[in-house]
Design a protein around this ligand. Structure first.
Ligand code: DC
Length: 226
């Protein structure tokens, strides 16, 4: 089964996704990392972010993989580079390109298929576009101050002030939710969880409950007794 965890930056998607996957004993995919890897490939190739054809060519030329929480570009772990400020700045134009997205979405689907369709997948468009048939769909939210504070603990925000982090979150939220292809939005059948006042384990338990509920046929859908 696919468990889709969507939501904006700083809501705790990665932490929740990892914990849920560990409890269920299945792999997890951080799709933001795949867009970050594509961005590293584009920046390394030196092509302009406005040159869509060249950008796509740079992304298609490389092999992006994700193994045990580590993103690989042509077999090389690039976790640190993929979280750099330069990549964080350039990831919106790269991930907003429809052709790049189509390529990366195909890669994400193949990654899950390789695991017999069992994975926890986090991102922005997992429940809406990548896996609209996901068994469980969760949309995590949190108020802006909480998100900026959570983000402050992440590697890529090391030297940034809370105000700068909040401004960056706002800029990326805007780019993610107003782009033409696969904008960030809650799927109609996703369960929204506002994590502002919740602890990690509380959110994890809520997601596990949804998984358990999806695995247990409800009385109304169970076949009638003979
Ligand atoms: O989750 P993150 O901040 O590492 O993601 C990096 C960027 O990738 C984010 O600004 C938006 C984009 N992204 C996307 O467009 N679609 C996804 N499914 C995941 C991330």
């Amino acid at each position: 089964m696919v468990i889709a965890i969507d939501g904006p930056s700083g809501v705790g998607k990665t932490t929740i996704t990892r914990r849920v996957a560990a409890i269920l004993g299945i792999d997890y995919l951080d799709t933001g990392s795949t867009y970050r890897a594509a961005t590293v490939a584009v920046l390394r190739s030196g092509v302009a972010l406005t040159d869509r054809a060249a950008m796509l060519q740079a992304v298609r030329k490389c092999v992006i993989d994700y193994v045990d929480g580590t993103v690989l570009l042509d077999g090389e772990p690039i976790v640190e580079e993929s979280r750099s400020e330069a990549v964080t700045r350039a990831v919106s134009p790269v991930s907003g390109d429809p052709a790049v997205r189509a390529h990366i979405v195909a890669l994400q689907r193949a990654w899950v298929a390789k695991r017999n369709g069992n994975a926890v997948v986090e991102g922005r468009d997992i429940g809406t576009v990548v896996f609209p048939e996901a068994t469980v769909k969760v949309f995590l939210t949190a108020v802006p101050e909480v998100r900026a504070r959570r983000r402050a603990g992440d590697a890529e925000t090391d030297a940034m002030s809370i105000e700068a982090i909040a401004a960056d979150l706002e800029r990326r939220d805007h780019a993610d939710s107003t782009r033409e292809v696969s904008p960030l939005r809650k799927a109609g059948d996703a369960v929204e969880i506002d994590t502002s006042a919740m602890g990690v384990e509380e959110v994890v338990a809520a997601v596990i409950d949804l998984v358990t509920g999806a695995q247990t046929p409800s009385k109304s859908s169970a076949p009638a007794a003979e």
